[in-house]
Design a protein around this ligand. Sequence first.
Ligand SMILES: Nc1ncnc2c1ncn2[C@@H]1O[C@H](COP(=O)(O)OP(=O)(O)O)[C@@H](O)[C@H]1O
Ligand SMILES: [Mg+2]
Length: 323
Amino acid sequence: MTDPVMTATALERHYDVSGGLFRKARTLKAVAGVDFKLYAGKTLAVVGESGCGKSTLARIVTMIEEPTAGALKLEGNLVVPQNWASLRKSVQIVFQDPYGSLNPRQRVGTILEEPLKINRPDMSNVECTAKAREMLGLVGLRPEHFERYPHMFSGGQRQRIAIARALMLDPKVLVLDEPVSALDLSIQSSVLNLLVDLQERLQLAYLFVSHDLSVVRHVADEVIVMYLGRAVEKGSRESIFNAPFHPYTKALLSATPQANPRLKKERIKLEGEIPSPLAIPDGCPFAPRCWKVQNKCHQQRPGLAGEAHSAACFFPENSGGTA
Ligand SMILES: Nc1ncnc2c1ncn2[C@@H]1O[C@H](COP(=O)(O)OP(=O)(O)O)[C@@H](O)[C@H]1O
Ligand SMILES: [Mg+2]
């Protein structure tokens, strides 16, 4: 097996949240211990409901924020503040809302050339323009689009521009935070197909963040299911979609019938709300909503053990017994 492009070990990100006038500040653990490896040409998808820490994880991986604890390694180099500037070029991000992330006053050509102007003083203006034009073609836009402004494009085209900009510095890792969630359903698949093509052509490692399992099913090689800042299940796309272990994963899948039409199961209705990340229950964080809950689940927190397919659950589904 080839070496991973990126390795994340026990990543955590805490925020101090003010408790108001008479309450003391509390710590919110947005990401509470996540491990993964990314490989060239492969996609790791991170799924989970809103608020489970996906975007926070994306920001840590992109070196927009420092982790509170844990380690990130890029091509064997430990990421530390001293080398952020040089390493972060290799990890680029595409956000959900392409309009918000593109400067409306800049022409597309300027938007694409900007990362080169900042980071590649060795490149001449002519070289920068040539590279920007090449990238425009690579994401399926036309040469005349170079001179236009972001508002003159459709949502799908704007996301193509954002993808092109993210690729200008030849990154190794592309972090995609809900990259098609703001797009019409009819446009989503064309952007997903573009991402798949680009990955194959450029051998990019993707960290693909989405709350939408039907989207993840199209692109993922491996999947991490997150709940309240933790990975509760990890496995290949096939194992997660065809034989999920964790009751939470099963519930998510049952709420997304198009994610696996073969799993024609009853819809599992999750009881209650996600607990506040400020008051994560002791024991299994999913226990208050789980229909398989037993005493043990309230007393101990199950760990995520095993390499290939694992779930943090004492009473998993589909695994031929209890852990
Ligand atoms: N800068 C911040 N300060 C305080 N809390 C934050 C901050 N960013 C995110 N959070 C909290 O961390 C949790 C995870 O958020 P986020 O990573 O955006 O989740 P997701 O992308 O899965 O919806 C949420 O409870 C959110 O309110
Ligand atoms: Mg998010």
